[in-house]
Design a protein around this ligand. Structure first.
Ligand code: HEC
Length: 313
């Protein structure tokens, strides 16, 4: 069964419905829990910034549960859909991520032949083969996933490696996480803290306090190649803006993002440092001097993604 034949209600996970309604917030991600007195992000986007979903022909994000309900569906034979479903489940929030882990745990326990390919999709999504895999915040301990590891299911070893990068409330930090993170200096840490406040005030309305974005409102900044890539390209987005088509959770959108409200070198350096280090992101911090240098490459109008890709240091 192709995902185009599924009813849209079946394939739109709850988290996404909530995100579409603008209501989605993650209370659980430890790195992003704001103190009670933190500035509240504007509920509505600034009126000058527009984003709209592409025409109705856009595919719906597939839900793993509905794909798996079809015994004839095999991820190995339909990898793009399997990847999109795993990414959609990761994207949709900490509850959906815990559900994903439990679903995979159940499949592993049942020795379902579809489990290995789905675990491989999860491994890719978490960039486990890179120097800095993505950390995944779950809303609860994934009991079924852990059962499968304890039961020494055939996939236990692969699952246990993956769960090194899971976090859930009260889990002590697991050993063996790879990370190329160099600790922030005191000045960089102050910049990060200032960036967290600026982000809450000027970015979280669209990209969400969790950095994971919201469908049709703003893309995820977690594990984003633009955020993790050269500071030059990322800085140009905040200085000149970004427009054009983008994909999120298997859906196509047309977006426009205007320049950041404060163009002070120190403020831009703070926001850049924050988004490059928050939520498991692990790129280098950015200093105000570097922002001043990036400003010399400004062209005064929004960039498109292909144009940014060709910008060289
Ligand atoms: C009103 C909503 C809105 C606000 C506020 C906003 N953005 Fe965006 N942002 C978008 C949209 C929409 C896009 C996608 C634009 C496109 O590709 O066409 C985007 C794209 C991005 C990207 C590219 C990410 C990627 O990998 O695709 C980055 C980085 C980014 N924004 C950072 C920020 C930061 C930092 C702030 C705060 C200073 C901010 N945004 C404020 C809507 C917003």
């Amino acid at each position: 069964m192709s995902r185009r034949t599924l009813s849209p209600m079946l394939v739109l996970p709850i988290g996404m419905l909530a995100a579409l309604a603008g209501a989605y917030r993650s209370p659980h991600h430890p790195a992003t829990t704001l103190p009670a007195d933190a500035p509240v992000a504007p509920a509505r986007p600034a009126p000058t910034i527009a984003t709209r979903p592409a025409p109705p022909a856009a595919p719906q994000p597939p839900s793993l549960a509905s794909l798996l309900a079809d015994p004839a569906w095999t991820p190995a034979a339909d990898l793009p859909t399997a990847r999109a479903a795993v990414e959609a489940a990761l994207w949709a929030g900490p509850d959906s991520r815990a559900d994903l882990a439990d679903t995979l745990g159940r499949l592993a326990m049942a020795r379902d032949p579809r489990a290995p390919a789905l675990l491989a999709c999860l491994r890719d999504a978490l960039r486990l083969d890179s120097d800095s895999p993505v950390l995944v915040a779950l809303s609860r301990e994934p009991g079924r996933w852990l059962d499968a590891i304890d039961a020494d299911a055939p996939l236990a070893q692969r699952m246990s490696e993956l769960s090194t990068y899971f976090d859930w409330p009260d889990r002590p930090p697991p050993e063996g996480r790879k990370s190329n993170l160099r600790p922030l200096s005191d000045a960089e840490q102050r910049r990060f803290d200032a960036g967290e406040r600026l982000y809450a005030a000027s970015c979280a309305g669209c990209h969400q306090p969790t950095g994971q974005g919201a469908l049709g409102i703003g893309p995820s900044l977690v594990a984003s190649p633009l955020v993790a890539g050269p500071a030059l390209r990322l800085g140009l987005i905040l200085i000149d803006g970004l427009e054009g088509p983008y994909r999120m959770a298997g859906l196509d959108f047309q977006g426009v993002m205007v320049p950041a409200p404060s163009q002070a070198d120190a403020d831009l350096a703070a926001i850049l440092t924050y988004i490059r280090r928050a939520w498991g992101n692990s790129a280098d911090p950015v200093a105000p001097d570097a922002v001043a240098a990036i400003k010399r490459r400004s062209r005064g109008k929004p960039w498109t993604r292909p144009e940014l890709d060709s910008v060289r240091e």
